[in-house]
Design a binder for this molecule. Structure first.
Ligand SMILES: Cc1cc2nc3c(=O)[nH]c(=O)nc-3n(C[C@H](O)[C@H](O)[C@H](O)COP(=O)(O)OP(=O)(O)OC[C@H]3O[C@@H](n4cnc5c(N)ncnc54)[C@H](O)[C@@H]3O)c2cc1C
Length: 262
């Protein structure tokens, strides 16, 4: 089941490229969601030789030692043998140096014309398992195995992507809540004001002279507050059992403390 997520980067596919990309982004402080349609890393050997430039990248991620420890041991050659069967006869052979031999060559030519690291043989099954374990432990990487990217579309400055989990169910949740205020009842209605329009006659002392005075416009209304309108909108889009789609929206609006002129 998928949910609405907000992420600066979505990586679809946790093969070697996705796994390394997620780790590199994290190294630069960028978080991501790493979505892989399979619930597990590959079981097949596939990628075997990781070249020197890639090993330099993996060294920057601090994972080179582990891959070398788990990969083919450094003393074994990379020779490619051409033969009609496993029992020979050998027709010809490409001589390719072992990691140990490569180290010796590279250390002897530190002029930048050669890679900084020898190549390494390491099955893709091992490679992905190591990198996935690392990604899972990384707080900046939200790993979602069993999630398949179904669609994505540009929406203004953002991209909206839909991912389906391995049960085929989709759920996108939308929710919003807000309070708006209304103070449209006139300024200073909460305090007592002096009303210049309501002039009062007043005579001071015992004299007959009548003077005009002012009086308060009414009692103060200390409890007077902004009128509040609370609005809640909750909805969901569901796609279930590969056949049924359902959209539900609930909208509620409630106004409290309605202002009314006396
Ligand atoms: C037999 C064989 C031998 C090979 N030997 C070598 C070698 O020695 N050296 C070498 O460098 N390369 C080798 N390769 C090639 C190597 O396997 C690929 O270069 C490598 O796998 C590419 O990695 P990737 O992450 O780009 O793609 P992939 O490994 O194909 O990974 C893509 C990932 O994305 C996932 N995915 C696909 N679509 C979606 C979707 N919609 N939503 C979510 N997830 C999705 C897939 O499940 C997969 O896990 C070999 C390949 C094979 C088949």
């Amino acid at each position: 089941m998928t949910q609405t997520l907000d992420t600066p980067v979505l990586i679809a596919g946790a093969g070697p490229t996705g796994l390394v990309l997620a780790s590199l982004l994290s190294r630069h402080g960028i978080s991501c969601v790493l979505a892989e349609r399979n619930t597990h890393t590959t079981k097949f050997p596939k990628m075997d030789i990781t070249n020197g430039a890639s090993m330099e990248l993996l060294r920057r991620l601090g994972v080179d030692d582990e891959l070398r420890r788990l990969g083919v041991a450094s003393q074994h050659s990379f020779d490619v043998i051409f033969a009609p069967g496993l029992d020979g006869p050998e027709i010809t052979r490409w001589r390719l140096p072992s990691v140990d031999e490569e180290w010796a060559t590279l250390r002897g030519s530190p002029d930048g014309t050669r890679p900084g690291q020898p190549w390494q043989r390491c099955s893709q099954a091992i490679f992905e398992a190591v990198m996935m374990d690392r990604c899972r432990r990384d707080p900046l990487i939200d790993v979602r195995q069993g999630w398949q990217l179904q669609s994505c579309a540009q929406n203004g400055d953002a991209v909206e992507a839909t991912l389906v989990d391995d049960t085929g169910d989709v759920l996108k949740i939308r929710a919003s809540y807000g309070v708006t205020g209304n103070d449209g009842i006139g300024d200073f209605a909460y305090v007592t004001t002096v009303d210049p329009g309501g002039q009062r006659n007043y005579s001071f002392g015992t004299g007959d002279n009548v003077y005009l005075g002012f009086s308060p416009s009414g009692p103060a209304r200390a409890d007077l507050k902004w009128e509040e309108t609370r609005q809640t909108d909750i909805g969901f889009d569901a796609y279930l059992l590969n056949s049924l789609s359902l959209t539900v929206d609930v909208y509620k609006k409630k106004t409290v403390g309605i202002l009314q002129n006396p």
